[in-house]
Write a protein that binds this ligand. Sequence first.
Ligand code: UD1
Ligand code: CA
Length: 453
Amino acid sequence: MKITAVLLAAGQGTRMKSDFPKVLHPLCGRPMLWHVLEALKSVATEKPVVVVGHGAREVKKYLADSAECVLQEPQLGTGHAAMQAESVLKGKTDYVIVTYADMPLLRGETFQRLFETQRSNAGPFSLLTVTADDPRGFGRIVRKADGTVAAIVEEYVATPEQRAIKELNVGAYCFKAEWLWDALHRIRKNLQKGEYYLTDVVELAVKDNLPVQAVVHNDFIETIGINTRVHLSEAESALRMRINSEHMLNGVSMMDPASTYIEVGAKIGKDTVIMPNTYIDGNTEIGEANVIGPNTIIYDSRIGQRCKVLASVMEGAVLEDDVNIGPFARLRKGAHLKGHVHMGNFGEVKDSTLGEGVKMGHFSYIGNATIGANTNIGAGTITANYYCEKKNPTEIGEDVFIGSDTMLVAPLKIGDGARTGAGAVVTKNVAEDTLVVGMPARAIRKLERKKKG
Ligand code: UD1
Ligand code: CA
């Protein structure tokens, strides 16, 4: 048995007021469209078909070969959009699940329930509805006396009695394929809007005396559709809560889930605590028993176990176990901090490895360097790594003591056990166990002090 999903994504999304296709606006780090396709994977057996129109080039580029795209040009309504799938699907699938790409919170289980209902329905299709006090402009479900669905009435044509109906059309339908293709050709153009409405298939089935089943969904949140940016933010916070709840149920603590921003795809181990105002992107993996935040931003990074990351920014960085950074540390691409490293305030590390137990307490910049185990980097130390458009390397051995405010002019090697004095400007390699000092300040003249008063 073949089940194929058809996603309608050709509309302009005028109400978004955007130059960017509506279905590519992101929610928790992934485009709206991604969320719908992901949910449909749990029921569809075939490659999905996406109907594209407005912004077709960008949408197609995003989808690449994850879906079959068909073009709807011009866009004459949801019925006309669904019709475009016929050319690629006719005779090739048993069931078609049609849904709108602007409904990103619908879950896989919900589509499964819809399909199961249709499988046992003698009629041509089933649809998803929800009962809610706030109609949000959704179509109203009109039922017959026997309880079967009689029609879907769009809000702008509804009578006051119909407007008062609380059962709404969510926008997910499961059709017997062959019936659908035929029905789509029978939909008449809506004269007021000049569009062909997919929702009119209900009346066609009713005319043919065929039963339409409704699956009444009880989770209104899941049925948030996105027409405006206000809806987008509502969907984003609902999705954020869903993601955060999953992490919490897996053993992650959050002091304030409402101000914890974790994108789809991030992995976090148990007993890790995420403090408020923390942002973690989808390519990040965090191990167990860490304390992350408050006020932390992490992109594309790996964190081991028992680390503390306070008010810091990590981009493409790695922390092994028991590392402690911040407040106000910045780890850039290629920063790798081995076990028990301590990095304090106002430090920056880029393309460098800090060995086991390195201490770098305050105000330092380390770039293109490797630092051996247990070395101490004094306050204000700088690797002067950039010269004539070239990044030069610095190699510092183990158990080295770099004095405060040392300038390490790369390329440079400093042997194990060496020391530099405060303010040293080191331009030549330093041998093992050697002390180098810079120029100490000399008295050059006596000053006259102005007497006060
Ligand atoms: C639609 C339903 C309404 C339902 C609501 C739920 C119709 C006529 N109405 O209204 O009953 O309650 O969704 O969200 O179906 N699209 C195309 N081509 C077009 C027009 C639209 O692909 O020519 C796509 C859009 O990109 C969008 C989806 O279809 O993803 C829905 O279109 P939209 O204009 O948002 O419909 P609603 O007014 O929300
Ligand atoms: Ca919509």
